[in-house]
Structure formats: structure tokens, C-alpha cells
Write a protein that binds this ligand. Structure first.
Ligand SMILES: Nc1ncnc2c1ncn2[C@@H]1O[C@H](COP(=O)(O)OP(=O)(O)O)[C@@H](O)[C@H]1O
Ligand SMILES: [Mg+2]
Length: 355
């Protein structure tokens, strides 16, 4: 089998930098070093690309030598020099970056310019999935069920807007920055005063905000994998430890529980899988994505919440666990993402040159 130089990109400039380090640690530990020449590259919080020497050294000594928290220090590299394949070399990039400037199409755009295959969604899907306001518009256009919502710009924030939102959506509502993840900037507002505060707090992260009716329901997640013929995994359930699935709950407390497969009537899980594939296709995703739902048992049933194009990827994260439960282990999943990256690259090669 042909050897591949696998550039593993981690860190990044978003509020989810630390989570990316955890993901990368586990992915590096599980990558088949017989098959890939792994090159760990950190993007620092200030956006510099760094060859993570210490990580590479530890990896060479064996996966157990990897430090608990990956250091992001090392010599700075120019992305374009790094992404230049040597003669006869196969190069694939594995972007393990969560949030803005990593999961939102920006790094994917750089990889397109560099002309290298990379795992996961392309520019358009990454940008659309990261922008909750635009993603919701596309869900509507594709007839996907979801919570009632409004997208607002921060310059509209004021008493009048608060009144309008309460009229339209009632209370409580959830307020979120359009471009973020890991529940950063997300809050639940139960009265007009806290709605004003929630808007201001979300606006610290993005100028566009989403306000939506609070759903009283279970939280389900489904993993999707593939390019033009994607597959959906079994369905999992998140049981939040806090009032909602907030940042602490996701990463610090370990209070949230996951149930795989979720205890659901078969037609409901079948419908979740089908909606997950439709949401994936609606945003033109390729490679991977995790599609999250609310399940209003006594009401409207399944409602699409969001699509994550670079979901949490530690062995205890939902995305790999859903595939594990569907018969695809952690290492095999990484191989499959790399294979899909090469497949998409080859498919599009013919269209790349127009003159
Ligand atoms: N409309 C809603 N109704 C009820 N809970 C919500 C709603 N929107 C978000 N939440 C809660 O907040 C969490 C984070 O919101 P989410 O939209 O998934 O943003 P993120 O991209 O940060 O994960 C969800 O997992 C859920 O617990
Ligand atoms: Mg979420």
C-alpha cells in the first residue's frame, strides 16, 4: 500500500482550541504509523502554523509517550511550503480544528488553494454548517423540521427587538452566536431582562445571532460518513447533566451521559437517520458530519438542531462512538476519512483546471 504523508492540523484560533488538542492527542495515538508518515502541525491561538516537534518526537516513541496536553510549540512553518508534496509523495491533511477559523471553511479554503486532499467537508459546507443562521435557512428550504427561529444582527439589539422576539417566539428562548460551537455564548433566556443580556453575551462572539424557541425534548445525535453516497450511523442520545448541554457539561464535568443506541422506537431512529442524511446533503457536506436533533416526544417529533462538520473526536466522543456501535472502530474510521479525502480529490481533479 502506498504511504501517505498525513498532516494532522490541530489547535486553532477559536475558543475551542483546547478541545482540538484533546481530539488531536487521541487521533495521533490511534493513527497507523505503518501506513502514514504523520506530521503534527499546530495552529497557535494567534494563527501561526508550527511544526509540533515535541509531539512528533513523542509519537515516534510510541502513542503512550504523548503528553496529556499537546504542546503547540516548535518552529514556525509556512502553510504553502508545508503543503507542497515531494515528488511521488501522497499528501493528505486531517484538519482537527473546531470552531471559527478551522471548521468554518477558512482553513479548507487554504487547503483548496494549496491543492491538497483533506478530510471532511469542503469550503461551502463548512461555512454553512458553522453559520447557524444560514444552515437553518437551508433546512427550511429543504423542508427539514426545526425549531422556530430568528436570525438577527447585533446592530438591531435593543428593547424593540426584545419585544418583537418575545412576541414571535415566546419565552424561554435560546440565544446563540451564529458562528460558534461547544455552547460558547449560548444561553437560555426566561424573561425579557435575561433576553437582553443573552443577546449581548452572544454578540461577544459573532455579529450575527440566532434566537430560537426553547424545545422541551430529548437530544439525539446521528453520525454521517461518506461523500456522494453517505451512510448514517445508529442514533445516540445525550442526557445533559446541567439544565442544557453547556460547555462545562460537554468537556469539564463529565456530567452528561451518552446512550448508544438511544432508546427509541425503530421508526423514530430510522427517521433520524434519514433526516441526518438530508441535512448532510442540504449543506453539501462531504466526508463527515454529526447531525444533532431535538426529539419532542409528545409534540412535533424530530427537529434538526445543527450540523457539526468537525465533531468532537476523542474515543469517548459521540461521533466515533456512534461508528463504533455501527461496526466501524476508531482506527478504521480515521482510515476511512483519509480514503474519502482522496476519493473526493480524485473525483474533482478533472474539474480543477478550466483553462
Ligand atoms: N432551541 C433549543 N431548545 C432547547 N435547548 C437548546 C436549544 N438550542 C440549544 N439548546 C441547548 O444548548 C446546547 C448547545 O446549543 P447548540 O445549538 O447545539 O450549539 P453548539 O454549536 O454550541 O453545540 C444544546 O446541546 C442544547 O442542550
Ligand atoms: Mg451542539
Amino acid at each position: 500500500m502506498e504511504r501517505i504523508r498525513l498532516v494532522v492540523l490541530f489547535g486553532g484560533q477559536s475558543a475551542e482550541h483546547e478541545i482540538s488538542l484533546v481530539t488531536a492527542r487521541h487521533v495521533l495515538a490511534a493513527t497507523d504509523l505503518e501506513r502514514y508518515d504523520v506530521q503534527p502541525v499546530a495552529i497557535t491561538t494567534t494563527g501561526r502554523w508550527v511544526f509540533a516537534e515535541e509531539v512528533a518526537g513523542a509519537l515516534a516513541a510510541g502513542p503512550d509517550a504523548l503528553p496529556e496536553e499537546l504542546p503547540t510549540s516548535g518552529p514556525e512553518v509556512s502553510p504553502f511550503a508545508l503543503l507542497e508534496p515531494a515528488a511521488g509523495e501522497r499528501l493528505v491533511v486531517l484538519p482537527l480544528l473546531h470552531g471559527p477559523l478551522g471548521e468554518d471553511g477558512t482553513v479548507q479554503g487554504l487547503l483548496e488553494l494549496a491543492g491538497v486532499p483533506y478530510a471532511g467537508c469542503g469550503v461551502l459546507a463548512s461555512a454553512l454548517a458553522m453559520d447557524k443562521a444560514k444552515a437553518k435557512e437551508l433546512f427550511s428550504a429543504n423542508g427539514l423540521p426545526q425549531a422556530r427561529f430568528r436570525a438577527v444582527h447585533e446592530r438591531a439589539i435593543g428593547d424593540e427587538l426584545v419585544e418583537e422576539l418575545v412576541d414571535q417566539l415566546g419565552l424561554p428562548v435560546f440565544v446563540k452566536p451564529a458562528n460558534m460551537g461547544s455552547s460558547v455564548g449560548v444561553s437560555k433566556a426566561k424573561d425579557t431582562l435575561s433576553l437582553g443580556r443573552a443577546l449581548a453575551s452572544a454578540a461577544r462572539y459573532d455579529e450575527w445571532l440566532v434566537v430560537e424557541e426553547a424545545i422541551d425534548g430529548r437530544e439525539l445525535e446521528c453520525a454521517v460518513l461518506g461523500n456522494l453516497d453517505p451512510r448514517a450511523s445508529v442514533v445516540g442520545e445525550i442526557v445533559p447533566g446541567a439544565e442544557f448541554y453547556d460547555y462545562e457539561d460537554k468537556y469539564l464535568d463529565g456530567a452528561a451521559r451518552t446512550v448508544i443506541p438511544a432508546d427509541l422506537p425503530e421508526p423514530v431512529s430510522a427517521q433520524a437517520r434519514q433526516l441526518a442524511l438530508r441535512a448532510f446533503t442540504a449543506l453539501r457536506c462531504e466526508g463527515m458530519a454529526r447531525v444533532d436533533f431535538f426529539y419532542e416526544e409528545a409534540g412535533r417529533g424530530l427537529l434538526v438542531n445543527e450540523v457539526n462538520t468537525i465533531p468532537g473526536f476523542t474515543p469517548i466522543s459521540m461521533y466515533p462512538k456512534l461508528w463504533e456501535a455501527s461496526g466501524l472502530g476508531y482506527g478504521a474510521l480515521i482510515d476511512e476519512l483519509i480514503r474519502l479525502a482522496l476519493e473526493r480529490y480524485a473525483r474533482r481533479a478533472a474539474k480543477r483546471r478550466t483553462s
